[in-house]
Design a protein around this ligand. Structure first.
Ligand code: ATP
Ligand code: MG
Ligand code: MG
Ligand code: MG
Length: 477
């Protein structure tokens, strides 16, 4: 008989047929009932073993974590939860798992513990659900852009430009570590690290993406991005995935509309495609919530939160309006903001962003027109001389999920800003060429993929929504 995935088997209600399933043992009760899981769903299929007629040596090898191939007949279930069981005819152990040594026991493990065995955490229900949701979200992102005629453009991972001038870059080097090129004063010469010139891993594909948009009209990138964030926050990774669309003949309003539509589209796609998984994660959070004091509990379940996000327009206001709100706010009776809002011109901290979203507006917020001093050189300067056409999208529980802007397409303004900030124009001559030859209004944004997955799964730590998290001192698996 043909192998069938457990999800497909449980969705069909055909009985009295013979099937083969393959998967890993979750539990084995009374020498009789195997709960088998193959990662296609969190639901296990129950295998009923005729233990009286099964070799004792084989029974002993059916342990938690072992890989099995089972052929048998689909029968109506003896138990409650499921509609069907498989009455085993033939069981083959493909891979043994020593129950004394297998780190995953059939009990609930803490997320902290599972982070230490990230190579095995895929086999838990929580991480199975998270990575299936992550998969759907990434498919939906491509679907959204492909349906709208955007070209998926691959921007380089190794580059000589650090797009933001922020300096949080990883060097790329091919030189002999034991014998690196040195400057006259004897220090390692990182200016020569990549076949004789300085390079780093990309912190954003935007500048290259703009080149694509200035010819193909609408493009997007979706790839790994690297930032040497030396902090241990629950919102930053050293390696994360970013979605960066860039659109020619578009302004800041078009940009906001596309970003809001994209977020709603992909959330709605996941809700539909991964209903079971999201319900499981929602349930998981509700149980976690019960352990917390009343005033720290969520006002909405995960499912309600996602639905709410789909049913409401994002609140749109300027940075200046947000500062006015924040100056008059105290987050709660006892405590002021940890970082007091000093007034116009300073960047918002995540506590401020989350206050606006979670307490003040109680929905996603798009902030626009930030002071030019706290934003990048390429953002289009507004007529007031003080602000730029930037937009950040802030989400409940997350803070910033999207950062974007209309780009400065006027060569003189762009060069003047680069001079003010001290960005070398000669290094970006290729970028400036798009302003010399056929410049046009254009806009784009960066959506942090893991922050999106955090929102949709309701998880609290970004390290739990990427299969192989990279953060300071963590690169083994
Ligand atoms: P933050 O203020 O949270 O540090 P940022 O303003 O530095 O973010 P951008 O340069 O605007 O980030 O990048 C676009 C998006 O990429 C952000 O809105 C966020 O969703 C995501 N992002 C940025 N840095 C990281 C990181 N280290 N890990 C995961 N996602 C990130
Ligand atoms: Mg940052
Ligand atoms: Mg930011
Ligand atoms: Mg940003």
């Amino acid at each position: 008989s043909q192998r069938i995935k457990i999800k497909a088997l449980l969705e069909s209600d055909e009985t009295n047929i013979d099937v083969t399933v393959k998967g890993w043992v979750r539990t084995f009760r009374n020498n009789q009932f195997i709960a088998l899981n193959d990662g296609s769903t969190n639901n296990n299929v129950q295998i009923v073993v005729d233990f009286e007629n099964t070799d004792a040596a084989l029974l002993k090898r059916i342990t938690t974590g072992a890989a099995l191939s089972v052929t048998g007949t689909v029968v109506p279930s003896l138990g409650k939860g499921q509609k069907i069981d498989i009455k085993a005819k033939e069981i083959e152990v493909l891979g043994d798992s020593d129950p004394e040594k297998y780190p995953l026991q059939p009990k609930k493990h803490s997320l902290e513990f599972l982070r230490e065995i990230a190579h095995l955490r895929f086999r838990t229900n929580t991480f199975g659900a998270i990575f299936r949701v992550r998969n759907s979200l990434s498919f939906a992102i491509h679907q959204f852009f492909q349906d709208r005629g955007f070209v998926y453009l691959h921007t380089p991972v190794i580059t000589a430009s650090d797009a933001e001038g922020a300096g949080e870059t990883f060097h790329v080097t091919n030189f002999d570590i034991a014998n690196p090129p040195r400057t006259e004063s004897g220090e390692v010469d990182y200016k020569q690290d990549f076949f004789g010139r300085a390079t780093n891993l990309t912190v954003s594909g935007q500048l290259e993406g703009e080149l694509g948009a200035m010819a193909l009209s609408d493009i997007y990138t979706f790839g790994p991005t690297f930032r040497a964030e030396n902090s241990n926050t629950t919102r930053h990774l050293a390696e994360f995935w970013m979605i960066e669309p860039e659109m020619a003949f578009a302004d800041i309003t078009d940009n906001m509309n596309v970003a809001e539509d994209l977020l709603k589209y992909v959330i709605s796609y996941a809700l539909d495609k991964n209903k079971e998984d999201i319900e499981f994660l929602s349930q998981r959070l509700q149980e976690e919530d019960k352990q917390k004091p009343q005033n720290e509990r969520q006002e909405m379940t995960l499912l309600e939160k996602l639905q709410f996000c789909l049913d409401n327009n994002f609140e749109r206001l300027t940075y200046t309006e947000a500062i006015d709100i924040l100056k008059e706010s105290t987050p709660n009776k006892k405590k002021k903001f940890q970082y007091p809002v000093e007034g116009w011109g300073t960047d918002l901290q995540s506590e401020h962003e989350r206050y606006l979203v979670e307490k003040h507006f109680k929905k996603p917020v798009i902030l626009t027109d930030y002071p030019k001093e706290i934003k990048s050189f390429y953002m289009r300067q507004n007529d007031d001389g003080k602000t730029v056409a930037a937009m950040d999208i802030l989400f409940p529980g997350i803070g910033e999920i999207v950062g974007g802007s209309q780009r400065e397409e006027r060569l003189d303004k762009l060069e003047q800003r680069m001079d003010e900030i001290g960005i070398p124009k000669d290094e970006l001559w290729w970028y400036l060429d798009t302003r010399r030859f056929g410049a046009c209004p254009h806009a784009g944004f960066g959506l942090g993929f893991e922050r999106l997955v955090l929102f949709v799964t309701g998880m609290g730590n970004i390290r739990d929504v990427i299969p192989f998290p990279r953060f300071p001192k963590n690169a083994e698996f």
